[in-house]
Design a protein around this ligand. Structure first.
Ligand code: BGC
Length: 366
């Protein structure tokens, strides 16, 4: 079968011919991969130093990339309980460590040891292949209407987890609702995670602002308008006094991954506000933080969270909400997929292209 692989530090991925995977255990499922989304993490994986084989699947000197997939069940082992051939599924990404209580409880997104493996990212082959095998517990059933936009389920898990954690962080407040009194929310960035976060908030009826670099009349602003969110270009904001233009927010999802933006968000929180950082800045440079921002954290009971990956509840919420978005926001979810490539076109699939939100590789299509 054909698959897309990378090697230590190669900086790119290419097509390879690999043996078809076989069912080894009773609870395993053979899945035909239909399409796979491309994400910034894939580019990091291709550039990463896998020295000493660290991060590569045991016994192999290459890694099949890709972790945002949708596929169709081809065959099931005798111990598989619910899935049947023909069912549409989305595979989860992270596989837990053998020793910690979080992984033991099925919450590998909260792993205490960090000895996790992630398909297509670290230690396990990914999904950019014509077929994959995984255990039934790692395959989330999705309705047929998500066949085309299914790769967005994985992207949506991140904002779902962020919203769940923001709700939890406000659970002690004497106010109600799923997000415990969040009336005004802000999302930063204009990539797929940011766009999906805006849509997830709008689905919950929350007044939502989006702040990003794109101009006031660009594609991100248009998407925001289509889900009745308010888009503000960073060019319109005085970074010394951002509240003057934006006001204050009960909840913020920071999805740019820029350290300066993460710090700026603290000054945009309302009393009892919560910001969740999902972008994960990785630059090695110091950022300036105003002492008064830290004072504000105390005086306003603020919470700064960071969150990675997602657990089963977030995957279920992502399937539920992507289906609802597909029905509610006329065509917006599908329009997040701006570029589609074939397996043979893989070089172009990983290029950064202006105006690209989500690129998807059609693996076997149908
Ligand atoms: C993936 C997550 C993963 C994280 C860290 C993200 O791109 O969506 O599933 O946990 O990278 O590797």
């Amino acid at each position: 079968m054909r698959a897309i692989v990378t090697r230590p530090g190669a900086g790119r991925a290419w097509i390879a011919e690999l043996p078809e995977p076989a069912l080894d255990a009773d609870d395993e499922v053979l899945v035909q991969i239909l399409r796979v989304g491309v994400c910034g993490t894939d580019r990091h994986v291709m550039q990463r130093d896998f020295s000493g084989g660290r991060g590569l699947p045991a016994g192999d000197d290459y890694l099949v990339v890709g972790h945002e997939a949708v596929g169709r069940v081809l065959r099931v082992g005798p111990g598989v309980r619910c899935l049947r051939p023909g069912d549409l599924v989305v595979p989860t990404v992270r596989r837990g460590c053998p020793t910690c209580p979080a992984c033991d409880a099925g919450q590998s997104d909260l792993c205490f040891t960090g000895n996790i493996r992630e398909r297509g990212i670290v230690g396990l082959h990914g999904f950019l292949a014509e077929q994959i095998v995984d255990r039934e517990e790692n395959l989330i059933p999705v309705p047929p209407e998500l066949a085309t936009i299914g790769p967005l389920v994985e992207s949506l898990c991140t904002p779902e987890k962020a919203l769940r954690r923001i709700g939890n962080a406000r659970a002690h407040l004497p106010v109600g609702g799923e997000l415990n009194g969040v009336e005004r929310a802000l999302v930063t960035g204009s990539g797929p995670i940011a766009q999906l976060a805006v849509m997830a908030l709008r689905l919950r009826g929350i007044a939502t602002w989006q702040l990003a670099r794109q101009p006031q009349d660009g594609p991100a602003a248009e998407l925001a308008q289509r889900v009745r969110a308010t888009y503000v270009s960073l060019r319109e904001v005085d970074l010394d006094q951002p509240q003057a233009r934006l006001g204050a927010f009960d909840a913020i999802v920071e999805a740019t991954g820029a350290a300066e933006m993460s710090v700026l968000m603290i000054g945009l929180l309302a009393r009892n506000g919560v910001v969740d950082l999902v972008g994960g800045p990785s630059e090695r440079h110091p950022v300036l933080i105003q002492a008064a921002s830290l004072g504000g954290m105390v005086g306003k009971n603020l919470t700064v969270l960071g969150s990675v990956n997602a657990n089963a509840a977030d995957w279920q919420a992502a399937v539920r909400d992507l289906t609802a978005m597909h029905r509610t926001f006329d065509g917006v979810a599908a329009d997040l997929i701006t570029h589609t490539f074939g397996l043979d076109d893989v070089d172009r699939a990983f290029d950064r292209v202006p105006g690209q939100i989500k690129a998807v590789v059609e693996v076997t299509g149908d």
